[in-house]
Design a protein around this ligand. Structure first.
Ligand SMILES: Cc1cc2nc3c(=O)[nH]c(=O)nc-3n(C[C@H](O)[C@H](O)[C@H](O)COP(=O)(O)OP(=O)(O)OC[C@H]3O[C@@H](n4cnc5c(N)ncnc54)[C@H](O)[C@@H]3O)c2cc1C
Length: 477
């Protein structure tokens, strides 16, 4: 006889804890012998044409694209730890074409521009694919698309509306009914699904970052790792970037520091670091694979407000992440926050609700990382020191592919030329800033609670969420 109620919960909890017992508390992708040896830190004074701060995808793309545009340009890349160690090397590896965190978010904000933004997003994904292929970056790149699944009737309705919108924009999408999606991936929780065929590739993010790092070095980018930039000032016609071991004098700078404290004070009110967490299973056995189907490599996500994203890996594991989005008072970012046992346990329990046939599967890795959340949920740009310094921030958990576009825009802004990209409303508009603490923390926690309630109540958005929606601030996955 099966236990019921609290007894059932206790059994599930014990099972989840047991499956997590041997999990290494570090990102699966970075826990690899392929990780390159770190380059030495900056020591002394350097001069260059362009300095890039931050060696995640945004900074790596900025350095690489700058060299592609002008191979003679002298480019220095300064990274506080090692290139790719932060969000870029620890994410889900969903490389999404969207530049606006989904089509409906873009249509609401830029109705006149959205058709072009869709084209630019797809072209951006193609351009990443071309670099991966052209430079032999072995990152398990798979142009599979992404499937959003509905596990509640209101989500199925929302997916149908999204499908109709995507069709109006000429996108390659398919709506799957309950039987079709369950035939594809065997979960008893699925009611319907939306497969965006053209809008997403899957990749191993750390190997993508290390590949871009390698190409940067081959093109002559001077990379200094273990080099946190602590200050930024003008010195005559140059910009001086100050680090503990020395400084760099440069004509131009790109700041690509994501969820970490922005060097420019003026950028600080616009982003908050929000922690996202993920688990990785051991490689599944042939029997376990058969029990869930999922012979293709496409990524999946569910359509609730607090959603899970999940995917397979080259060596037959399952990554399972998302749901909790945790903000720490005062914009705190710290390595100690990368592990959150209560979230790992919750994720493990939810994993076995989706795939009960995998009961007993163990998790090899559990980790978290900070996301640079802004109130419009996609990147924004800014400039300082009379246009000699530009920054890109705010990808809000969808920057794997958009970071290349973000870097391209940074270089256009630095060029001083009027280009198609610099003319976009997407580029010259900004998100609404967050209020200062303690209001900031209170508003974020209230939003989290309201989103959880909406998921429990058939998607019904309360007064707080409806007010945010009215001002274009309400998150809707
Ligand atoms: C768990 C998790 C899952 C995610 N899943 C996805 C996903 O599936 N798809 C998707 O599109 N996005 C996802 N994201 C978001 C995505 O990873 C990011 O949007 C993207 O990697 C941002 O790249 P970046 O270069 O801007 O930032 P980062 O990779 O964070 O790089 C910023 C770099 O700047 C350096 N830095 C900061 N300050 C300084 C300084 N003062 N001096 C020198 N260096 C500095 C840091 O050390 C860091 O290396 C996820 C994020 C997380 C955390």
């Amino acid at each position: 006889m099966r236990p019921r109620g609290s007894e059932d919960t206790a059994v599930r909890r014990a099972g989840a804890l047991e499956c997590l017992r041997d999990a290494r508390l570090r990102p699966f992708w970075l826990d690899s012998p392929e990780a390159p040896a770190a380059r030495p830190p900056l020591n002394g004074e350097e001069r260059c044409d362009l300095a890039v701060v931050g060696g995640g995808f945004s900074g790596l793309w900025a350095a690489l694209l700058a060299k592609e545009r002008d191979p003679g340009r002298d480019v220095v890349l300064l990274e506080a730890v090692t290139a790719g160690w932060a969000a870029s090397g620890r994410n889900g590896g969903f490389c999404m074409a969207t530049l606006t965190h989904g089509l409906s978010n873009g249509v609401d904000r830029f109705p006149r521009e959205q058709q072009r933004l869709e084209q630019l997003g797809l072209a951006n994904l193609d351009a990443i694919e071309a670099v991966v292929a052209g430079h032999g970056i072995d990152c398990d790149w798979q142009r599979t698309g992404e499937i959003n699944v509905a596990t509640e009737p209101w989500q199925a309705e929302a997916l149908r509306e999204e499908y109709e919108l995507l069709c109006r924009f000429g996108r390659d999408v398919r709506l799957l009914d309950r039987d079709e999606i369950r035939a594809e991936v065997h979960s008893p929780t699925y009611l319907a699904a939306l497969w965006e065929v053209d809008g997403c590739a899957m990749a191993d993010p750390a190997r993508l970052a290390w590949g871009l790092r390698r190409v940067c070095l081959e093109k002559g980018v001077r990379l200094y790792e273990g080099t946190p930039v602590t200050g930024l000032e003008t010195e005559g016609a140059a910009v001086a970037l100050v680090a503990p071991g020395g400084r760099v004098l440069t004509r131009h700078a790109v700041l690509a520091t994501n969820a970490f404290r922005p060097l420019l004070r003026r950028a600080r009110p616009y982003i908050v670091p929000v922690y996202d967490y993920a688990l990785m299973t051991e490689p599944l056995t042939a029997g376990q694979r058969e029990a869930i189907g999922w012979d293709t490599r496409m990524g999946l996500a569910d359509a609730s407000n607090q959603f899970h994203y999940y995917r397979t890996t080259e060596d037959g594991r399952l990554l399972w992440g998302g749901y909790d989005a945790v903000y720490h008072y005062g914009n705190r970012v710290h390595p100690a926050l990368d592990a959150r046992p209560e979230t790992f346990e919750k994720l493990a329990r939810q994993f076995f609700v989706t795939f009960p046939q995998l009961e007993g599967v163990r998790f090899s890795h559990a980790w978290g990382g900070a996301i640079d959340t802004c109130s419009r949920f996609f990147a924004f740009w800014g400039a300082a020191l009379r246009g000699r310094v530009v920054y890109v921030l705010g990808y809000t958990g969808m920057g794997v592919a958009e970071s290349r576009f973000g870097a391209e825009v940074c270089l256009d802004l630095l060029s001083g030329h009027d280009t198609e990209l610099t003319r976009l409303e997407l580029v010259h508009s900004r998100p609404v800033p967050f209020p200062p603490e303690p209001l900031r923390s209170a508003a974020i926690q209230l939003t989290r609670r309201s989103l959880a309630k909406a998921d429990e109540r058939g998607g019904h958005r309360d007064l707080w969420l409806r007010t945010l929606d009215r001002f274009g601030l309400g998150f809707d996955s």
